[in-house]
Design a protein around this ligand. Structure first.
Ligand code: M6R
Length: 607
């Protein structure tokens, strides 16, 4: 997830680009850059780190000119560095990109064989080479060159391309990543979201999937990838700047809940190998003959993802798994050594407890595999292997899309291990891969049905406590549901293994206690239904999360929220969504500060 902006007109481009990027920094902040055209050539200025670094650089090396593009990056391919910052320039072509080019490795090889020299590790530079190559190969103009290049790339993208040789034209294209055109008077804009251009214009055209747009000073032309012109009436944006930053959602948390289908799809890009019924961990090859045990270490929500990991790795790879709080691990002189693969899970990649636990594991000879959402953060740098989720920056303190993408990362790791231990057959792997690919649409189905969950939240929003129950891999989801509710609504909540309820917490149940029961289809279904009946027999209010098509569950529950069916191993990725939404709507009902709940910080860098 990166922020992109382009400007063409008669004013100086750089201040407009920087103004726009300052509104987009929440989309990525590991590097920033601009390319501005002036008198026959464009000048690229870019730098690793926050936008303020670029601004400082531009004061020393100004980039005057009336046409330009700018970018703020959230690294996916290639670490944050000056070289990997956008725009990427190849010959006369400057390119900025938001998204992931899925077939980047094959294209890089093809272009290298044809003599291309690369100066970055990014997938984006490939597109600059493709466009430059298309022009040398005879494309009559930039628009045609971009169109021909688009035919070669697979993945998610919004590109903006500029050529030194064709001043007066910006060409942009969209597939899955957001793109909007802003209309001015004798000047026009293009950006990843309206926030970036709202201070300049409120008249916009949203670019749709599979569309290109040619932006000139005096007008814009929309077309499909075949060059067929399309027309669309501009819209006038009435959102405030703050609303626009949240994509029209009331809070970042709600926006991030809705971003999950996209985040999961991005995390899967380039990692599914259908040809070999296997996964690719970005070139990491783990030697399973040396792994006697897997130990997950993490905190908070990442700890709950790790608990699901126990089911995935033991189930698919048949390797024994331990899961530990990072904050406890190093203080109990853990028995850990060369036969252990320690999997450190952290959204921020900066959690101090997790870092210290990694140091302890490494000191004792274990190899460490990190799953992080932030490229080149301290934890992945400390680990032997780093695997990145591609959720994009998570702004809301309560983790949502980082959690579901961690589950994807862990599922991929489990499949990788399972295929290598031989315990996961090709056939089962193929089924699981197909289910993974189908997940984003199923997730969309859930996040788009918020009205029912909002109504339930209003009904129970005044409760003073909640209980969450689940069995098997739904138990960590029960814990996660309770954590989410506590964090943002300040209502006391407990997560329990459903079978444990009768050993104590059942004493809490009365007509005032809402009990959320995770009861999707599966081997523990009947046992969980019995627990649910025990709650109802004591007048507890039951909110069941069940599989669509379950006609029995309604008879045992006060409310049923249905989720689509999926493979048993992947059910937690779906069942957690209604719980995130329930917490969100309860907190919204209570009017708490959802994105910045009291006493909490996004990145916990103290022990
Ligand atoms: O960045 P990390 O994943 O290492 O953070 C761990 C926890 O601090 C974090 O998951 C925390 O529990 C979240 N606020 C949960 O929503």
């Amino acid at each position: 997830m990166c922020g992109i902006i382009g400007y063409i007109g008669s004013r100086q481009a750089t201040p407009i680009l920087i103004g726009g990027l300052s509104k987009l920094e929440y989309r990525g902040y590991d590097s920033a850059g601009v390319s501005v055209w002036n008198e026959g050539a464009s000048r690229v200025v870019r730098c690793r780190g926050k936008l303020s670094g670029l601004v400082e650089k531009l004061t020393k090396e100004p980039a005057p000119g009336t046409m330009g593009i700018g970018h703020t990056r959230w690294a996916t391919h290639g670490r944050p560095s000056d070289e990997n910052s956008h725009p990427h320039k190849v010959g006369p072509i400057s390119v900025i990109h938001n998204g992931i080019i899925e077939n980047h490795l094959a294209l890089r090889q093809e272009l290298s064989a044809a003599g291309a020299k690369f100066s970055s590790e990014t997938d984006t530079e490939i597109f600059a080479h493709l466009v430059a190559h298309a022009l040398t190969a005879g494309a009559p103009d930039l628009t045609t060159a971009v169109r021909r290049s688009l035919l070669k790339v697979r993945g998610s993208y919004a590109f903006v391309v500029m050529s030194d040789k064709e001043p007066g034209t910006l060409v942009a294209a969209k597939n899955s990543s957001p793109l909007v055109v802003g209309l001015g008077d004798g000047e026009n804009y293009v950006a990843s979201d309206v926030t970036a251009i709202l201070s300049e214009t409120r008249r916009v055209i949203f670019v749709e999937e599979g569309e290109m747009v040619v932006v000139k000073r005096d007008g814009v032309t929309l077309m499909d990838f075949e060059g067929k012109v399309r027309t669309r009436e501009p819209k006038t944006i009435t959102w405030s700047a703050v609303q626009a930053e949240k994509g029209g959602f009331k809070h970042y948390m709600l926006k991030e809940i809705h971003e999950q289908p996209r985040a999961v799809a991005d995390t899967l890009v380039g990692r599914i190998d259908l040809e070999h019924d296997d996964v690719s961990l970005d070139g990491i090859e783990l030697d399973v003959s040396k792994i006697k045990r897997v130990i997950f270490i993490a905190c908070g929500t990442s700890y709950h993802a790790s608990m699901v990991g126990e089911f995935l790795v033991e189930g698919l790879a048949r390797i024994p798994v331990d899961v530990d709080f990072a904050s406890e691990f190093r203080y109990r002189d853990p028995i850990v050594g060369p036969g252990d693969l320690v999997v450190a899970v952290s959204q921020s990649g900066e959690t101090l407890d997790t870092m210290e636990a990694i140091r302890e594991a490494k000191k004792k000879g274990a190899q460490v595999f990190a799953i992080s959402n932030v490229v080149e953060a301290s934890i992945p740098r400390l680990a032997d292997h780093a695997f990145y989720t591609h959720a994009g920056p998570e702004i809301g303190v309560a983790s949502t899309k980082a959690f579901t993408t961690q589950l994807i990362g862990i599922a991929l790791l489990a499949i990788h291990l399972g295929r290598r231990t031989g315990s996961l057959s090709k056939e089962r792997a193929r089924e699981l891969l197909a289910e993974l690919i189908a997940l984003p649409n199923k997730m969309r189905d859930i996040v788009e049905s918020g009205a029912q969950i909002q109504a339930i939240a209003r009904r129970y929003g005044n409760a003073t406590g909640f209980l969450f129950l689940g069995r098997g891999s739904q138990f960590p989801i029960a814990l996660e549901g309770a954590l989410k509710l506590k964090e943002i609504s300040y209502i006391h909540a407990e997560g329990y293994a459903a079978g444990e309820m009768k050993h104590g917490p059942i004493a809490l149940i009365d007509e005032h206690l809402p009990v959320v029961v995770l009861v999707p289809r599966g081997p523990s279904y009947e046992k969980t239904v019995s627990n649910l009946a025990e709650v109802r027999a004591r007048q507890g209010k039951v909110i069941a999360i069940a599989t669509r098509g379950d006609n029995e569950i309604g008879g045992h529950s006060d409310d049923v929220i249905v989720i689509p069916d999926t493979a048993l191993e992947l059910q937690p990725i779906l069942t957690v969504l209604p719980l995130q939404m329930l917490s969100y709507y309860v907190a919204d009902f209570k009017g708490t500060d959802i994105d910045q709940p009291r006493n909490l910080a996004k990145s916990v860098t103290v022990e």
